[in-house]
Ligand binder design. Structure first.
Ligand SMILES: [Cu+2]
Length: 151
């Protein structure tokens, strides 16, 4: 009898915990603030789910102004990007080379496996990206002089 009630309590607690975490957010409800110091000046961020600084899954949006550049860098975890608006051009390697980038528009998806060197720039209208992955999410610049945290 005790076993049954414990199981019942555990199950009802689990269903509360699971339904508690739901999120339904329209773009108009996603408030942007100044982007993280790890990105060059001018970016904006809206964390939608979780916290990229903490352990566990997260989803965030990044807004980049026109021609915004992210110098060559890598992450210790996989980076998953969905282009929501605008144009985002991404290339791979240690050196920034505009000609080698892929032009990605709304609906496009990019996965950069951990430690893969890559770089990017936004198009004429800027770009809004959705980034999801597992935190803690970090960024290491190939050339330390490119790191805005060191400026
Ligand atoms: Cu990246």
């Amino acid at each position: 009898m005790l076993k049954i009630s414990l199981a019942f309590i555990l199950m009802s607690w689990m269903s509360v915990a699971m339904s508690d975490g739901h999120i339904m957010k329209m773009p108009s409800e996603m408030m942007f603030k100044d982007g993280p110091p790890a990105l060059p000046a001018g970016s904006q961020i809206s964390v939608i789910d979780g916290d990229p600084k903490m352990k566990g899954p997260f989803t965030m949006r990044l807004k980049f102004p026109a021609k915004f550049r992210v110098p060559p860098h890598w992450h210790s975890k996989d980076e998953n990007i969905t282009v929501i608006e605008g144009e985002f051009n991404m290339g791979m390697g240690d050196k920034f080379d505009e000609a080698s980038t892929h032009k990605m528009n709304a609906g496009g998806y990019i996965k950069m496996p951990m430690k893969t060197r890559h770089f990017a720039f936004a198009g004429e209208q800027g770009a809004i990206l959705q980034v999801h992955g597992m935190g803690p999410f970090d960024i290491t610049y190939v050339n330390p002089a490119d790191d805005p945290r060191k400026k």
